[in-house]
Design a protein. Sequence first.
Length: 359
Amino acid sequence: MKIVFQLIGYLALLFAAGFFGYFLRISIAKKNVKTAEFQAKDILEKADKAAEERKKKSEIEAKDLLYKLRSDFEKENKERRRELAELEKRLLQKEENIERKFDLLDQKDKELVKRSEDLNKTKESLKKRESELGDLIMEEKFRLQQISGMSPEEAKQQLLKRMESEIRNEANLLLKHIEEETRAKADEKAQEIISQAVQRCAIEHTTESTVAVVNLPNDEMKGRIIGREGRNIRSYEMATGVDVIIDDTPEAISLSCFDPYRREIARMAMERLVEDGRIHTARIEEIVEKIKKEMEKKIKEEGERVALDLAVHNLHPEIIKLIGKLKYRTSYGQNVLQHAKEVAYLMGIMANELGLNFT
């Protein structure tokens, strides 16, 4: 009987332990659930915070990009307005110069009319004096015969000498007047020819820039152009003699050089390298040398074309080469070849006005 009670006690103890373990397990599970919920909530809050920060960062970057684009647009627009204002100013100055020349020509025309009237008056005065001189000669001749007792022949010789001296003086004055009038007419004609030549020679002037822009397929190409430790860009600058400007401008780089000839070689070489895709020091030197040879040919063709346009024949090949090279030279911001062509056109028009053979 005692064993039965002990067995019942063990069973009760086992049941109590199992019941306690069950409740303990449920309590731990609830605690784990709360911990998981808290962690999930914390993760969600962190994710929301990160998303909000990323959103704010994106908005700031978008605003910065918009501000940069607006600034670039305003800067470019301001530069264009400045260029248009300068062009308008030059056109106004040219119009004022032409108006002044026309006013001067009108004044010269009035002066010429006045001088013509003065010349007619001088002619009338000379005729009158000639008549008076004839009367004086007859009177002097009679007086000489009466007073000096000279023979008619002697009196005639003496009178002729006096007349010769007076006539020489009158002739010198008349020649001087005619010379001044002729010089005035020549000045007026020269101004008229220059004015007509300027009006018939309408050539636009453009200011040459010292920077060339090369477009890139993407911004990754900038890193390839720079190369490892800047080797590619240093090799390129040494081979071409230009400065490479790499800034925040998207998909573009700038080449700066005051020598338009070297700048054009650098631009063509960079475009060729970007198109080829193989950018390293050996390839850079190879492309630059090839472009230099192409430029020599291009210069010769440009010189021949200009000579043909101006109808100038039988020029020495070296002179043709020098003419072509003027395309890549500037003076006070103006292209030298364009200026030379403008001068040639002006001289041709002036020669045609003067009836000269300028071919």
